[in-house]
Design a protein around this ligand. Sequence first.
Ligand code: PEP
Length: 251
Amino acid sequence: MDRRPLIAGNWKMHTTAQEAQQLAASVVKAANSVPDRDVMIAPPYTALAAVSATLAGTGVILGAQNVHWEEQGAFTGEISAPMLKELGCGMAIIGHSERRHVFGETDGMINKRIKGAMQFGLIPVFCIGETLEQREAEQTMQVLEAQVRSGLDAVDLTDGSRIVVAYEPVWAIGTGKTASESQAQEAHGFIRNLLENIYEKNIAAQIRILYGGSVKPENVDILMQQNDIDGALVGGAALKAEMFERIICFH
Ligand code: PEP
């Protein structure tokens, strides 16, 4: 099964609207040179409108860094899927480890966010990953299984391209430590099998599984050569135009 690669940039709490537009323009240029893959960027909410204007008419996908499950209501600080759709977003990162560990988001909340996003046609980029402690205690696969099963609880899928999974080992995020390609492939293969248990095989085969955790120009090519690695979710290096351009142009 050929899955279209996806390179995604998570800008976290960085960039003014003006800086975001400049960075987005460099992303468009790189993405245009490699039409065989998808590219998504997730600026902070405050820059979404500006970046949406820069991306208009290009193939680059606008993403949000989170999304609430309700359409509207008394949820101070939250943003809904219809609001994001109105700004031109096609995807939303959900369950990022910073949301889980810094802001206390639970598997239950993440499951609701995934359902809320999908209900309004936003593609979730559903993040999972083990901590260093869990890896050292040899609990990695158990943790991934629990996160996948609860995040996807009662999430019906008839088309595997409507959701993206991102494997991001917490110990590799922003630390400069990357999982080796074999460690990453082992986790991705495990996640693929799990998805085959939950959904029909042909649907599971369509789901893109991204790797995230200190992806950079030096390691993107070898990571992308692994069977079950269908793309990358990039933090730090997505904020540097030249680095992200090179990552987009992986070969
Ligand atoms: C991330 O925040 O999703 C991430 C992978 O960050 P970094 O690339 O900086 O490790």
